[in-house]
Design a protein around this ligand. Structure first.
Ligand code: DP6
Length: 337
């Protein structure tokens, strides 16, 4: 093969409504439990990959700049693709997020979903959605869910090789009139990444076993709430599952405290909104930003309340959207910022 083999993909972020926090296998990146998420229609990553015979090493650029902090993880993923599919060339990878950079928002889910889809097309691998989800999972567990549009469930699987640990669709994007408002409380990068945080939690938190058991029950409850189209139940279960995840993180040694003062202010404001009769529920990942869930009909009121809080520096709005897909090279996502 002497010519470059290239393709471009766009993948959205997703927000877990029942969280993934813990692994049954570190090397294959297999989750200890399932998880349920909503794939978003904004907060996307666009990635172009080009396998070129002339390259002596992989070349990775994020938003037009070298990104050494991420390059090793990208090369590990490309090594896996090369090993698995017998590819010799190194790759040029150009990736851009359509959400403000430095907003402290996780981009590994959208990033590895886009990279998996772009590699599949560039190398003409012909992978199924399930196989793409398995591949994306090797880059980042949450990325496996961004292959699927709407509401997705990640299967933890039982196979030792991880071939049955992939995401499947639970419901189409229009199934629920859900809105997600991301209250950005700081632009600083998070201190401890998910992989390290999970390992510490598994090894040291006395609450980890209880978290795994509670998550299995929350998965059943969330599946039923989604099937019934019951937004309030979805919100209640998502908020309690998030707090249970943070409880097991806080129980690690040393404890993982991802919140800042504004994070707590937003949580309190959401509960006050509920007391005043507005349906709003929070969920928080391994960082200080708060994702507030509400009905489309309540979005303006909830957004106004969040904007009134001193510690909220930005609000990004999203709804359920389509999964990762191939795009023409010039189909750049519009900058939001
Ligand atoms: C708190 O998918 O980032 O956002 O598989 O180690 O890359 P790795 O972890 P990652 O973890 C996501 C954790 C979470 C919850 C979730 O998205 O389910």
């Amino acid at each position: 093969m002497t010519t470059p083999r290239q393709a471009t993909a766009v993948a959205p972020s997703n927000i877990a409504l029942v969280k993934y926090w813990g692994k049954r296998d570190l090397d294959l990146n297999l989750p200890a439990t399932g998880s349920i998420s909503v794939t978003l229609d904004t907060l996307r990553t666009r990635t172009s990959v080009s396998f070129e015979p002339a390259l002596e090493q992989d070349d990775f650029r994020l938003n037009g700049e070298d990104a050494p902090a991420h390059a090793a993880r990208v090369t590990r993923f490309l090594d896996l693709v090369r090993r698995t599919y017998g590819v010799g060339e190194h790759a040029r990878v150009e990736t851009a997020n359509d959400f403000p950079t430095g907003a402290g928002l996780a981009s590994s889910a959208s990033g590895f979903a886009a990279l998996a889809v772009a590699c599949d097309a560039a190398l003409d691998l012909g992978l199924t959605t399930e196989q793409l989800s398995v591949l994306a999972r090797r880059g980042s567990g949450s990325a496996a869910r961004s292959l699927i549009g709407g509401f997705a469930e990640m299967q933890p699987g039982v196979a030792a090789d991880g071939s049955d640990a992939f995401a499947t669709a639970l419901a189409a994007p229009e199934h629920l009139p859900l809105r997600v408002l991301v209250a950005v409380t700081t632009r600083a990068a998070k201190s401890i990444g998910s992989t390290e945080g999970m390992q510490r939690t598994e090894a040291t938190s006395p609450f980890y076993g209880a978290w795994v058991a509670a998550t299995r029950a929350d998965l059943d409850a969330m599946r039923a709430a989604l099937a019934a189209g019951d937004l309030e139940r979805v919100g209640v279960i998502a908020e309690r599952n998030c707090l249970r995840m943070h409880a097991t993180m806080l129980g690690a040694d040393p404890g993982l405290l991802y919140w800042n003062a504004a994070t707590v202010d937003v949580m309190q404001a959401v509960r006050l909104l509920r007391e005043s009769g507005v349906g709003a529920w929070f969920t928080i990942d391994a960082g200080p930003q708060v994702k507030v869930l509400c009905a489309a009909s309540d979005e303006a009121r909830v957004a106004q309340r969040l904007a009134d809080l001193d510690g909220v520096v930005d609000i990004l709005a999203a709804g359920p959207g389509a999964g990762a897909r191939i795009v023409e090279d010039d189909a750049l996502p519009k900058e939001q910022a």
